[in-house]
Design a protein around this ligand. Structure first.
Ligand code: AMP
Ligand code: ZN
Length: 480
């Protein structure tokens, strides 16, 4: 039984599909005006694990993703510049050239991170008729109005608009932020554009005919329509980064349910942010952290995936090169240990089932990937045959997708003896040296009766998976 935290109810709930054995899943795709940063990719990695886990436990999954190639402005409340036009101007290309280039770049990054391509991937510009049909329906039902040439969704027509319910309305008021002009056509501050005909951008590149004049769609309508086109009127899980909960997902729910006249999506899965030590991740300020940048610095994209899996998707995660270095060392050691396992022999079905139970217990509990990674280490420590261990690792990697067996095979090929030797007595790495230094500092603190400092060091190491053992011979340690 899979339990998932649902942003709608703000509780962990047992997953019950609309149709037995089937899971219909929708993912907000990238806005293809630039490369994805590794924060964006954290969301796609965790959603990939979610999809693969449902498949692993036997669900027939259909996953749909849009490509935002029109309508997304730099501010989510219909303010600011058009992201795609901004990208085209930056690179002196057409919007469609930009869209193609960054769509390809996005999937190239996904491939490096073992993120499976969804069953359906649909660019918004290919679904204009769907948007027009749904907007017409919303106008007919009285949920939309035309003002200043644009079509708006009327949020005052809903019983409940703030479905995720944890936002302070005042903070969201358009116009309160410096430099943001309130759109005076809006009857209510959270009304949003379904269709722009009166473009604020004289040079708007992409325009289509519509019953309301030549124009282009707002951002939110695309996800509702693309989901309905491929997944029908009822959706099981909708995913995205937490920043999309408001206004994007809130608006998706408003327009979809107003149009359909019934509940649309049962579970909302939001991935929390990857931040830098300096705060929010950005494509324009500070270092633009992409997969290619990490590769150019010598990092394996698989290590970034492993790093993401080590923490829970509902916690913010801080990216730093130091953290990635630690993940690199941990991943390398893990692969070395796997490379030392011997092929052949019998699989012990009972032992395998016990190992698998730990893995599924972890992921059944709100997709706890951090515990699922612990279950990988449990395999290596287990008292069973190597064949059983290899079978368990191959099985887990269908979900984790961190190349456990492939990387181990490669290591064995490259260094046939080193792999086994290093596993037996792994050489010290930078983290071992840091641990030893901290152990020495802790001993000095204890000597000075500064127990608070000694405890702080122990807790700090514990947080990083290091267990200290004080013995008569001094302090020893064990790394996770
Ligand atoms: P975008 O290309 O801006 O439409 O964003 C693509 C996905 O990345 C969306 O699901 C966002 O919610 C998500 N996202 C944006 N920033 C971050 C971040 N720092 N960490 C994790 N996910 C993010
Ligand atoms: Zn979306």
């Amino acid at each position: 039984m899979i339990q998932l935290y649902n942003s709608l109810s703000r509780t962990k709930e047992e997953f019950v599909p609309n149709e037995p054995g089937k899971m219909k899943m929708y993912t907000c795709g990238p806005t293809v005006y630039h490369f994805a940063h590794i924060g964006n990719l954290r969301s796609y990695i965790m959603e990939d694990v979610l999809e693969k886990y449902f498949r692993y436990v036997g669900y027939d999954v259909t996953r749909v993703m849009n490509i935002t190639d029109v309508g997304h402005l730099t501010g989510d409340n219909d303010e600011g510049e058009d992201k795609m036009v901004k990208g085209a101007v930056r690179e002196n290309k057409t919007v469609m050239e930009i869209a193609k280039f960054y769509t390809d770049a996005f999937f190239a990054d996904c491939k490096k991170l073992n993120i499976k391509t969804p069953d359906v991937v649909k660019p918004a510009t290919e679904c204009i008729d769907d948007f027009i049909r749904v907007i017409e329906g919303l106008l007919e039902k009285g949920y939309a109005y035309i003002a200043g040439g644009n079509v708006y969704f009327d949020t005052s027509k809903l019983k409940e608009y703030y479905v995720f319910n944890n936002f302070n309305e005042d903070d969201l008021e358009v116009g309160v932020r410096e430099g943001v002009e309130a759109d005076l056509n809006k009857k209510n501050k959270n009304d949003f554009v379904l269709w722009f005909t009166k473009s604020k951008f004289e040079d708007q590149a992409l325009k289509w005919n519509s019953p309301w004049g030549v124009g282009y769609p707002g951002w939110h309508i695309e996800c509702s329509c693309i989901s309905m086109r491929y997944l029908g009127e009822q959706l099981d899980i909708h995913c995205g980064g937490i920043d999309n909960a408001f206004p994007h997902h809130t608006n998706e729910i408003a327009q979809s349910e107003a149009y359909l006249g019934h509940k649309w999506c049962n579970y909302w899965f939001h991935v929390h942010h990857l931040n830098t030590t300096g705060g929010k991740m950005s494509k324009s300020k500070g270092e633009f952290l992409t997969v290619s940048l990490l590769e150019s610095k010598g990092y394996d994209p698989m290590v970034y995936r492993f790093f993401c899996l080590q923490s829970h998707y509902r916690k913010n995660l801080v990216f730093s090169y130091e953290n990635l270095d630690n993940a690199t060392v941990a991943y390398r050691k893990l692969i070395q240990k796997i490379a030392a396992l011997k092929d052949g022999g019998d699989v012990d079905a009972k032992a395998l089932a016990a190992l698998k139970a730990r893995f599924t217990d972890a992921l059944d509990n709100d997709l706890n990937t951090s515990l699922a990674v612990t279950a990988v280490y449990d395999v290596l420590k287990a008292k069973c045959s190597d064949a059983t261990k290899l079978a368990a690792l191959a099985d887990f990697d269908c979900v984790l997708s961190i190349n456990l067996l492939e990387a181990a095979a490669k290591l064995r090929e490259e260094t046939p003896t080193a792999a086994t030797e290093t596993a037996a007595a792994a050489p010290k790495d930078a983290f071992d040296l840091e641990i030893e230094e901290l152990i020495a500092k802790r001993a000095a603190a204890k000597k000075e009766k500064n127990y608070a400092e000694a405890d702080r060091i122990r807790a700090y190491l514990a947080e990083r998976g290091v267990t200290l053992k004080d013995t008569s011979q001094g302090t020893t340690y064990e790394r996770a």
